[in-house]
Design a binder for this molecule. Sequence first.
Ligand code: AHM
Length: 331
Amino acid sequence: MRKTLTQFLVEQQRVGAPQQLGFLIEVVSQACVTIANAVNKGGIEGVLGALDQENIQGEVQKKLDVIANDIMLAVNGWGGHLAGQASEEMDTIVPDAQTGGEYLLVYDPIDGSSNIDVNGVVGTIFSVLKAPSAAEGRVATEADFLQPGVQQVAAGYAIYGPQTVLVLTLGAGVQAFSLDRETGAWVQTSEAMQIPRKTKEFSINMAYQRHWPAPVSRYVAEVLAGRDGPRGVDFNMRWMGSMVGDVHRVLTRGGVFMYPTDERADMTAGKLRLMYEANPIAFLVEQAGGMATDGARRIMELQPERLHQRTGVILGSADEVALIADYYSKA
Ligand code: AHM
């Protein structure tokens, strides 16, 4: 019989993972089941479409952004294991009123929001940090959250696609669990996801080509030249408009995903959020043998200065990411 997420977490506790961390992951997975059900109901329950409001980053919020955020906040808030939560959809952190929680939970409740109304893939991304406030017996502050990605103790995402899959790392490889809707259990479907070092597939929004930095233009021009170019091989291109969707493909069969900073005034820091998207995904990618960089630096070593900070992102198959990083260093 296949292992469930609960069994996997109990096994992890036996080899030293803290009990509270296992409980935290279990609760996050329950929240993801509830979000999966809301995504699945779609138009039946009127959850599609946009709201007449923006989040702190000036992005129009979709109804599901807010619904999923409320679910994450409520489901994760009752256990006492968290010192606080931070979300892409909330202006500031939500500290727990108690002071005993040992962890901080950071999330993007619905990644790939623009896909919601067209029935495309979306997901929930999360990152877990230790709470410095716990040992000091105080309420968590925003400064407590500003830790580089290397400090993450767990990270993952739930992808709501044809299958609902939870992809998780506790710092010892990447495991995947598929939701069995008949039993309600997360069933382990991968024990160690691995990104091949080499790939013939890349992922970038070509619409921004004229704004790209030179190293990205060079890389994409070379792969587009295919077997007649310097790479000597034809490449394939995919872009889902949903980071979880594109990253899930990279984790499954390799590839390189790019959302670089570019010259536009609102893109000089990139689009994707360091703490809610880039760090948790970088942790998963590295644990699966891949690389994640902003071009110049390893993403997980970036020191966040603000909760909603953005970053350029280039990640996936190690050999390709190293090549692009090399182009950056020479530019
Ligand atoms: P979101 O959190 O508002 O959904 O934005 C993040 C998404 C990523 O999932 C995806 O890779 C990117 O934005 C797509 O951006 P674009 O529409 O510019 O291609």
